[in-house]
Design a protein around this ligand. Structure first.
Ligand code: ZN
Length: 313
């Protein structure tokens, strides 16, 4: 596993009414976006970050826009370590997530994603305190904000944070802005219905789980890519070739220029699982193997640019 040099400085984008996007460029492996909802009664975070240093930077940003008021609630959009490993830095906060997020995060807690070579440093896994199945409401002052789960897609527990009055959506990793989608822990066949539900919201501003702030135009590329993976998998499946072999022989076409093409390997593992008739989210190859195969596809190990640049550099 390669631990690369520092990524760029995180940026805070004001979206109005005390709501901010916290972006960690360039949005690659482990570099997720978060949200800050600064309410009079206290602050809500949408996700944390993968390392203590990055979560401390997020916590400082939240305090700066909230007049020092503490974080009282953290919403985890799903269990992946880049979105949840910072939970323990908010001991006074209630951690809110989908029912399945708690189950999946508990598994990861003792699992290979804590591989020290990724560079997360020590992590105290803190699981969600309060979970729900499809809908919960969070109040930003008097403004209702919807926490919604639309079905199995990036994971089995994706939660979006939807501000109906602002047409503002925090989509978590259901959408990677400018990067290849990833369904290794999720569900390819279920994703399309989730995209339809997201489209129906009518969002005008979309803060994606990684990458730049987007708009509803992001759905089309996502949908085309997922259809592409299904088609490649369906054609190759009878051959008995491995996902890595199939990926290497695949012309990515319009998707070749999108960041992280190596995710095709992991996505094909998921597609093959579904073609074998296995249940949504069924175990596929272990995560270290998937990371290794994606590195083999690239010709070098995956890069985790988790260290922060000096705050005053
Ligand atoms: Zn994720």
């Amino acid at each position: 596993m390669a631990v690369a040099g520092p990524a760029n400085e995180p940026t805070l984008v004001a979206l109005g009414g005390g709501v901010h996007a916290y972006l960690q460029p360039e949005g690659g492996w482990g570099l997720n976006n978060a949200g800050i909802i600064a309410s009079p009664a206290g602050t809500t975070l949408i996700d944390t970050a993968m390392t203590t240093a990055r979560t401390e930077r997020l916590r400082d940003a939240a305090a700066s826009v909230a007049g020092g008021r503490p974080v009282r609630t953290v919403v985890n959009t799903h269990h992946h370590p880049d979105h949840t490993f910072g939970n323990s830095l908010f001991p006074q906060a209630t951690i809110v997530a989908h029912d399945h997020c708690r189950i999946a995060a508990a598994r990861v807690g003792d699992g290979p994603s804590r591989d020290p070579s990724i560079g997360t440093g020590p992590v105290e896994v803190r699981l969600p305190d309060l979970t729900f199945a499809t809908l919960a409401h969070l109040f930003h002052g008097d403004e209702p904000v919807e926490l919604r789960h639309f079905g199995n897609a990036h994971t089995l527990e994706d939660v979006v944070v939807w501000f109906p009055a602002r047409k503002l959506l925090f989509a978590g990793d259901l959408i990677f802005s400018g990067a290849t989608p990833l369904v290794m822990d999720g569900c390819l066949r279920g994703y399309f219905a989730v995209i339809d539900a997201l489209r129906a919201l009518g969002a005008e501003t979309i803060v994606c789980g990684h990458g730049a702030i987007s708009d509803a135009s992001c759905f089309d590329l996502l949908e085309r890519y997922l259809h592409f993976v299904q088609a490649v998998a369906a054609e190759a499946f009878p051959s008995g070739k491995t996902p890595l072999e199939v990926a290497r022989a695949t012309d990515l076409g319009e998707f070749a220029s999108i960041a992280h093409p190596e995710r095709l390997v992991a996505n094909l593992h998921r597609a093959f699982s579904e073609l074998r008739g296995e249940p949504d989210g069924a175990p596929i190859a272990p995560v270290p193997q998937l990371f290794r195969e994606m590195g083999e596809y690239l010709g070098h190990p995956l890069e985790w640019r988790l260290s922060l640049p000096c705050a005053h550099a």
